[in-house]
Design a binder for this molecule. Structure first.
Ligand code: RB5
Length: 146
């Protein structure tokens, strides 16, 4: 599995935590910034990473900003992206099992590093269940292809 990760200035610390988690898990990843602590615009990071996941260059993507909201809104504009904004372990598992989410967004001003690490671990290791969810995810894909 190859994962693309990025954050804005509001998510730098948790981005580093998640990179450590992926190193520990032996997961291949690439970091797409941001490089600075000055203010940047989250769509400049969310959209390129979402495109890399949508075009198959990466299997999954992880985005962090202050709230996770801006990143998730931007990423979900890219066709083929199902970006889940997650701040609890139940949702981390459920969104992989039910939604086949291919991107994860979190907010560094919402949760601490310990929970963010656990969310990433669960999200990265939980498989999509398919079955009854296939029809539902299929309806989203159909809408995108209209
Ligand atoms: C940046 O101040 C902040 O707006 C951003 O990190 C994010 O929370 C947006 O949704």
């Amino acid at each position: 599995m190859k994962v693309a990760i990025a954050s804005d200035h509001g998510g730098i610390n948790i981005r580093e935590e998640i990179k450590d988690v992926m190193k520990e898990m032996g997961i291949e990843f690439e970091d797409f910034g941001c490089e600075c602590e000055t203010s940047v615009d989250y769509p400049d990071y969310a959209l390129p990473v979402a495109e890399k996941v949508a075009n198959g260059e990466f299997d999954k993507g992880i985005l962090i900003c202050g709230t996770g909201i801006g990143m998730s809104i931007a990423a979900n504009k890219v066709k083929g992206i199902r970006c889940a904004l997650v701040h609890d372990l139940f949702s981390a598992k459920a969104t992989r099992e039910h939604n086949d989410s291919n991107m994860l967004a979190m907010g560094e001003r919402v949760i601490g590093p310990g929970l963010a690490r656990e969310i990433a671990k669960v999200w990265l290791t939980t498989d999509y269940e398919g079955g009854r969810h296939e029809n539902r995810v299929g309806k989203i894909k159909d809408y995108e292809n209209k």
